[in-house]
Design a protein. Structure first.
Length: 413
């Protein structure tokens, strides 16, 4: 099963966990005290760039009957939608810029350019997902209610369509995010009534209607005789934005090393252990300055989960300190290239279309998820490297396990 004892999994003592929590608190304090004009200038420039791209793209599409104008307009609009969705909407609504007291860049007033109503997203994402990150049965982002992404989720016959659901979700990701607030798992388990879901659908329907009117009625009408090609451009830009957002999000949550947790682990959780769960349950991908910006700095998903309300432009420097803490406490810092992280996520989703009986590894030692029992299986071998399983010294044990990574005793996926 997923992790039931996070201390045992991490091989940390109570004192270690408390010390780790204190060091992470110190990082938060340092960044909060350092926020200032440089950060304000960053977000205002991002908004200016996004609006410039959107306006330029819309202007080019007035001549969308000509292929160069269509390509240019679609590309600019795609970039504008990605930036608005990732670096602006997502991060502004996390409250990352509330400290500026600017009503234009405040979590309470921002409505983003996507079909998901901000009021619902701030509950399902900011509260539910970030509070219960990767807790099976509590975090609806574990599979989004339609995907089987861990062996801890019981296999059902309809899971055979996992790869199809995955690609469909990527194509229409904004609608998947919008419908996420319906909490389909709770509906199936009768923890939520259809009357409540209908009220949520009304809110979603109004937002979908506004988005559809803007992209497929108002702006095409402004293009006059070129309305058909403008509709095609708007649709294409939305699909590009959907796939990009989907890939970034999945690379931060579903590659190998992004662990899952049980409700039992959560019941006795304090702030330091919440930090630890965020570190173990998230994954990064390597990115340069441009890629970081286009991903909303969610290439640093670990740092974002640790500090979701700190300015996104600070995640790179926060990441240096977090990586040092991972080295100090011998904790994994899960990262890789974008392609590598997405491949692992796609492989897991495709593989888990099958029931556990047809898979090689157990739920305790699968590549995509694990539990503290993963170490119990290998501690006997680790002892050959001078490790004392009784003391559970974290660096010695985990280092020994790394040396055993390619050993024949390593469970296959």
């Amino acid at each position: 099963m997923a992790i039931t004892d996070i201390d045992q999994y991490a091989h940390l003592t109570d004192a270690d966990v408390e010390a780790l929590g204190a060091e992470l608190d110190a990082i938060r304090t340092d960044i909060e005290e350092a926020r200032g004009e440089r950060d304000a200038r960053y977000i205002r420039r991002a908004i200016t760039l996004q609006r410039g791209l959107a306006a330029g793209g819309r202007a080019a599409l007035l001549f969308s009957n000509r292929k160069p104008a269509w390509v240019l307009g679609t590309a600019m609009l795609s970039l504008a939608k990605i930036i608005e969705n990732m670096e602006l909407g997502h991060n502004v609504m996390h409250g990352q810029w509330d400290w500026m007291n600017d009503p234009e860049i405040h979590s309470s007033s921002w409505e983003w350019d996507t079909t998901c109503p901000s009021v619902q997203w701030k509950h399902s994402h900011n509260f539910v997902h970030h509070k219960y990150t990767n807790i099976v049965g509590m975090d609806d982002d574990v599979g989004y209610g339609i995907l089987r992404v861990t062996r801890d989720q019981p296999w059902e016959w309809w899971n055979i369509g996992n790869p199809i659901y995955n690609l469909t979700l990527g194509t229409f990701f904004e609608y998947g995010v919008a419908l996420h607030h319906l909490e389909t798992e709770k509906l199936r388990n009768k923890e939520k009534t259809y009357r409540q879901a209908a009220k949520d659908l009304q809110v979603i329907g109004r937002k979908v209607g506004k988005q559809a009117a803007k992209d497929y009625l108002i702006f095409p009408a402004l293009s006059g005789p070129n309305w058909k090609t403008t509709i095609a451009a708007n649709f294409t830009a939305n699909i590009i934005r959907n796939y990009w957002a989907y890939m970034v999000i999945f690379c931060g949550h579903f590659p190998d090393g992004a662990e899952k947790f049980t409700v039992e682990e959560y019941e006795n959780e304090d702030q330091p252990r919440w930090y630890l769960r965020q570190m173990l349950g998230s994954a990064n991908f390597s990115a340069g300055k441009l890629m970081r910006f286009m991903s909303g700095n969610l290439s640093h998903q670990i740092e974002h989960h640790l500090f979701p309300d700190l300015p996104s432009n600070r995640y790179e420097e926060i990441g240096v300190r977090v990586r040092e803490l991972c080295e100090k406490y011998d904790l994994p810092y899960t990262t890789g290239s974008l392609v590598h992280q997405y491949f692992q996520s796609f492989r897991t989703i495709a593989k888990l279309a099958l029931p556990n009986a047809l898979l090689k590894a157990s739920s305790d030692d699968a590549p995509e998820t694990a539990s503290e029992l993963r170490f119990a299986v290998r501690e006997g071998m680790a002892s050959h490297f001078g490790v004392d399983p009784a003391t559970g010294k974290r660096r010695g044990l985990r280092t020994a396990l790394r040396e055993l990574k390619n050993s024949p005793v390593r469970a296959a996926g």
